[in-house]
Design a binder for this molecule. Structure first.
Ligand code: PLP
Length: 390
């Protein structure tokens, strides 16, 4: 988009018509399944183009419309759809853009439920996937076949934060007529403008930073209006997994403080990172905006910021020591997900059968740490005592 609206305007005003609801500052939750018509002709029009107005809340809903406008603007996209989870965004966005016989190129180890779709569901419809190390543009070119129609990016990736040269991948895909889709959950559009970099479809889970309070799930799919409308008319209405009005309201509320939370988390994360990097029991920390990161220069050139997720590697090859560290934390909680107010830890070894743990495999030793909204000193003291217990 040419002249991007100010982020403060997007989060506080865009899409809100307060004069229509008693000048209330907070958006109304329009908790209805259906909408009334007076004229048969109007009903006919709604059947013809459900994206043109309110008919039934599986399609459009006024509370969700406020959120949709804000999220599309935040992405600098023409349009967007909000789903009831990030996983359903991935499902709809991929399904809408492949047919039997097509081939997908994806970054290796994409988000779990993207990988399950590629490995378990799509092969039943003769759609195949090649996983690549997406850090090198040559790998995208070399993996492209005559029947490749879809590129799946995730930048940065979970756990190792590998990134792709987004502009270069998007440019190559365009030259071949291949649709590009990126999981932008880590940065959010506040820290990484993927549509401006040439990506067709941008997704992010709203469960993480948009919601920000670990109390709702949601997912966002942004892109050109024509692509989004096609998905609305088919997959969105057919899967029936659009966001519900109350959850949309929670996400609007979360959006109000998104930049403030990201600012705070960025500062705290830097302090925690510096503490961990110099700690004698820590072998290393993986964080895309740290000078030690393998793709630091590329990260700096395409990311305006990083979130509070990092991977810590302890100086031990012993699974019990990693377990001891995680279980010794008194304030940092052990749970999946991230992006909320609470700091979290999760060890990779929890997903590996104990007999298969290999201390010589660095990845097996990964401990993912998410920094929330607590005071830096409070978190550092907790990490310090847990490291002392190892
Ligand atoms: C959590 C997550 C998702 C899935 O989002 P849900 O809202 O949990 O369905 C997708 N991608 C990444 C990177 C995530 O962290």
């Amino acid at each position: 988009m040419s002249s991007a609206p100010d982020i403060s305007y997007i989060l506080n005003e865009l899409g809100e018509e307060r004069e229509n609801y008693f000048n209330a500052v907070s958006a109304p939750i329009i908790q209805t399944s259906n909408f009334v018509f007076k004229k048969v002709d109007d009903l006919s029009k709604a059947f013809e183009d459900e994206m043109g107005g309110y008919l039934y809340s599986r399609g459009l809903n006024p509370t969700v419309e406020i959120l949709r406008k804000k999220l599309a603007a935040l992405d600098g996209a023409e349009d967007c759809l909000v789903f009831n989870s990030g996983a359903s965004v991935i499902f709809a966005g991929v399904l809408a853009n492949v047919k039997a016989g097509d081939h997908i190129v994806s970054v290796k180890s994409p988000y779990t439920w993207a990988q399950r779709m590629f490995d378990v569901i799509l092969p039943r419809f003769q759609v195949t996937t090649t996983y690549i190390d997406g850090t090198r543009i040559e790998n995208w070119k070399n993996a492209t076949q005559a029947n490749t129609t879809f590129f799946y990016l995730e930048s940065p990736n979970s756990w190792d934060f590998a990134i792709q040269d987004i502009k270069a991948v998007a440019q190559f895909a365009k030259s071949k007529g291949i649709v590009t889709f990126i999981d932008n959950s880590y940065c959010t559009p506040v820290y990484q403008d993927v549509i401006a970099m040439g990506i067709d479809l941008a997704m992010q889970t709203a469960t993480k930073y948009i919601g920000g309070h670990s109390d709702t799930l949601g997912g966002v799919l942004s892109g050109p209006h024509a692509m989004i409308k096609k998905i609305f008319d088919s997959e969105y209405l057919n899967i029936g997994s659009g966001i519900q009005p109350f959850n949309a309201w929670l996400l609007i509320r979360g959006l109000r403080t998104l930049p403030a939370r990201l600012d705070r988390i960025t500062r705290t994360t830097r302090e925690v990172l510096e503490f961990l990097k110099t700690h004698p029991k820590v072998e290393g920390v993986i964080f895309p905006l740290d000078e030690s990161f393998a793709q630091y220069e590329l990260a700096r050139s395409q990311m305006k910021g990083a979130c509070g997720l990092m991977t810590v590697i302890l100086k031990t090859k012993n699974r019990d020591a990693i377990v001891k560290f995680c279980e010794s934390l008194k304030h940092i909680m052990m749970a999946v997900s991230w992006g909320g107010h609470e700091s979290l830890v999760i060890p990779k070894c929890a997903g590996i059968p104990a007999g298969e743990f290999d201390g010589n495999n660095k990845e097996h030793r990964y401990v993912r740490l998410y920094i929330g909204l607590e005071e830096a000193g409070y978190l550092i003291a907790d990490l310090d005592q847990a490291l002392a217990a190892v």
